[in-house]
Write a protein that binds this ligand. Structure first.
Ligand code: FUB
Length: 445
């Protein structure tokens, strides 16, 4: 079997792969960056790049290192299926098989065929498939004339395809129907920004007849996400502002895409959540994007909670909180040596209680049948009591869970006093104790 034929397994894997849970970051077992999201046949497909720690045969230990691409999909933005590897650096005849330079890709559909564009060695390659999850067949040659990185494939409502990439400036070229040759010369996208600063990662979308040309832009220390609006994909474009400010922590890059799904708009972006000390191992996040009447975009503030509704019967990772009391709740890795194990919420107190010591996690679906008990994965040397309420501090008390004093993590099961119907915020507070760590909370039927 030729290497590029491994993609034939991808479709079959769809049903076998274990779903991954939501919250930010959305993919919790691999580093994922440069997210390109699209809706195909009512399902969201995510084509990120895939950061890996540098292997022995790659000596740039401090740089981006990417050997292949996976595709993920979801029908609710909460559960993500990993369809496996669709393209690897060893499948591409013109790529140095140890260059680990498979940077930000994009994919789109035209006339029932899926076109996956990827950069490597400053050129842009193409792979095609009949399904969004593959198998993808890699073209023998890169796209002639496209020198650079970060391809975006935008298809206008009339079916005209445009390839946009970051080269000497932001470039755009109309493509022929074969999707691999320019239909006319490429041009630099005319747009204005208030000051200079490196730009890359172009992403174009259209809403209500307006074309949005969006890009990461390092006008200060780190990359922000910025946007321009225009009347044609070829420009000119007028700068309108930021979609996201630079990260508060040390992730130098950001990279994004924008998608409409089930009547809402979403921003996919990345941050180095699972790799706080090395910003080239990044993770994809999602937050909602909203527009004003005139089409301008409201600034998106990154959240831990992310998007989507979490079923109460799943392990609810309350460390991905939606709000937190002003002090006395800290978030830390469960195991700093294995960051994909995720985080824990630490409720702590010193001498006197400065109540309330709490956090909230919104959009929990309790369903329409009463739930019977709750399990807390927790750890406390001295023990204490955690209260779980619906909605807020005054809300219905669901359970007061006694956390035993123990040296190890334990799963405590406690009967529920009440079980609400439908979607509620979960309010979690420490009633007594001075240090209780919680990994997750799960309600049981
Ligand atoms: O992922 C490698 C590079 O980092 C991408 O090509 C850029 O957009 C930046 O995210």
């Amino acid at each position: 079997m030729k290497p590029q034929n491994y993609g034939f397994l991808a479709g079959a894997l769809m049903l076998l792969s274990a779903p991954l849970l939501a919250q930010n970051p959305i993919i919790r077992d691999n580093f994922t960056a440069d997210p390109s999201a699209h809706v195909f046949n009512g399902r969201v497909y995510l084509y990120p790049s895939h950061d890996i720690p540098a292997p022995y045969d790659y000596n740039r230990k401090d740089w981006f290192c990417m050997a292949d691409y996976h595709v993920y999909s979801s029908d609710n933005l909460v559960d993500w299926v990993d369809h496996g590897v669709i393209v690897d650096q060893t499948y591409v005849p013109w790529v140095n098989t140890r260059s680990y330079s498979m940077w930000a890709p994009d994919c789109n559909v035209k006339d029932g065929k899926y076109y996956f564009y990827f950069p490597a060695n400053n050129r842009i390659g193409l792979a095609t498939a009949d399904q969004p999850y593959g198998p993808f067949r890699v073209e023998e040659q890169p796209i002639q004339g496209a020198n650079g990185i970060d391809p975006c494939i935008f298809i206008d409502d009339d079916g005209t395809p445009y390839l946009i990439w970051s080269g000497m400036g932001m470039q755009i070229a109309k493509l022929k129907d074969n999707m691999k040759e320019f239909d006319g010369p490429s041009t630099t996208i005319q747009h204005n920004t208030p000051q200079s600063g490196m730009k890359e990662g172009p992403f174009m979308f259209k809403r209500n007849g307006i074309y949005y040309f969006t890009f990461p832009w390092a006008e200060k220390q780190r990359e922000t996400l910025a946007y321009c609006m225009g009347k044609s994909p070829m420009g000119p474009f007028e700068y309108k502002g930021k979609i996201m400010e630079q990260s508060e922590t040390v992730c130098w890059t950001n990279h994004h895409s924008v998608v409409e799904f089930q009547g809402k708009w979403y921003l996919f972006y990345h941050h180095n959540d699972y790799s706080p000390y090395f910003d080239k191992n990044r993770s994809v996040c999602i937050d909602e994007l909203t527009f004003n009447e005139d089409g301008t975009i409201n600034l998106v503030k990154p959240t831990l909670r992310g998007v989507g509704v979490t079923p109460a019967t799943r392990e609810i990772q309350i460390d991905r909180y939606s709000s937190v009391g002003p002090e006395n709740v800290k978030i830390d890795f469960v195991n700093p040596d294995r960051t994909f194990d995720g985080w824990k919420a630490i409720f702590w107190n010193t001498t006197e209680y400065r109540q309330p010591i709490y956090l909230t996690y919104d959009r929990v679906d309790f369903g329409d049948k009463p739930l019977k008990s709750v399990t807390l994965k927790c750890h406390s040397l001295a023990g204490g009591v955690i209260d779980l309420r619906a909605d807020n501090a005054q809300g219905q008390l669901l359970a007061s869970v006694t956390v035993p004093g123990k040296p190890d993590w334990t799963e405590v099961v406690c009967p529920l006093q009440a079980s609400p119907n439908g979607v509620h915020t979960l309010y979690v507070s420490m009633r007594s104790g001075n240090h209780i760590e919680i990994d997750w909370v799960r309600f049981n039927p």
